[in-house]
Ligand binder design. Structure first.
Ligand code: SF4
Length: 245
């Protein structure tokens, strides 16, 4: 559970929805005065329409749902749970069916097993009236440069479909030209993952150093820092810095 703002509360995990008192906890949060109640979930529980209705009646309107693949072969392989893909998709369908205001964010953790599937994942979920997509680079054993072409194409697909898309854990120097999609720029929820970041030799002269947290320490151990060339000049940093002021 996190509580980043006074009237906001977020339930993450593990998987918060497997608790038998999940609905009561949401209800309690609402009665405590939290207006913005969010759940970060695999979405499987919402394959039961009753659970969608109960969650919303209890006061949860913000849903962040993790998807790992565009099909059961990839998604269920990564989750190690047979049937989980179709349950998550059914959960999305059910959320979409309810005609009330809600916010649905899809989180796609990028890893070795799914990075080549990113565009297919985006194409699969966009019909479910998604409000926001987050591409979260999560695998410190996957070279970023391998995933980057797929990330760029995924961003283009989202833009064409008018879906807000952000990236997480990918530094500015790698995202040049796409900096405005970097999650950290916006006052939206923090990453649910505990990642320790560090600067490297090239950061010393980079114009983004004041707004960039650096690179995942484990990634630097695995691959070094050569792919993170410092940005010396860009037309964007002033605009970006203003977002932090
Ligand atoms: S060179 Fe360092 S400070 Fe600059 S964007 Fe890359 S990781 Fe961030």
């Amino acid at each position: 559970m996190t509580n980043s703002e006074v009237d906001s509360i977020e339930f993450c995990g593990g998987e918060p929805t497997i608790r038998s008192d999940f609905i009561q906890i949401i209800d309690r949060a609402r009665h405590m005065g939290f207006r913005r109640i969010k759940v970060l979930t695999n979405g499987r529980i919402f394959s039961d329409m009753q659970m969608v209705i109960k969650s919303i009646e209890a006061g949860c309107y913000l849903f962040e749902i993790k998807i790992w693949g565009s099909n059961p072969d990839i998604h269920d392989y990564i989750t190690q749970t047979k049937g989980s893909f179709w349950q998550t998709i059914q959960g999305l369908k059910n959320l979409q069916r309810l005609p009330i205001d809600k916010f649905i964010c899809i989180r796609i953790p990028i890893c070795r097993q799914n990075y080549m599937d990113l565009q297919n994942i985006i194409a699969t979920i966009i019909p479910y009236k998604i409000n926001r997509l987050i591409l979260s680079f999560k695998d410190s054993s996957l070279p970023m440069r391998h995933a980057l072409p797929y990330i760029e194409k995924s961003i283009n697909i989202s833009i064409l479909n008018r879906v807000w898309i952000l990236t997480e854990n990918i530094p500015f120097c790698v995202m040049q030209g796409l900096e405005h999609h970097i999650h950290a720029l916006y006052n939206v929820d923090k990453t649910p993952y505990e990642i320790s970041y560090e600067y490297h030799e090239n950061c010393k002269v980079c114009i983004y150093k004041s707004v960039c947290p650096g690179v995942d320490s484990q990634y630097l151990k695995n691959f070094g820092y050569q792919e993170f060339s410092p940005v010396i000049e860009s037309k964007h940093p002033q605009d970006i810095k203003k977002l932090y002021e």
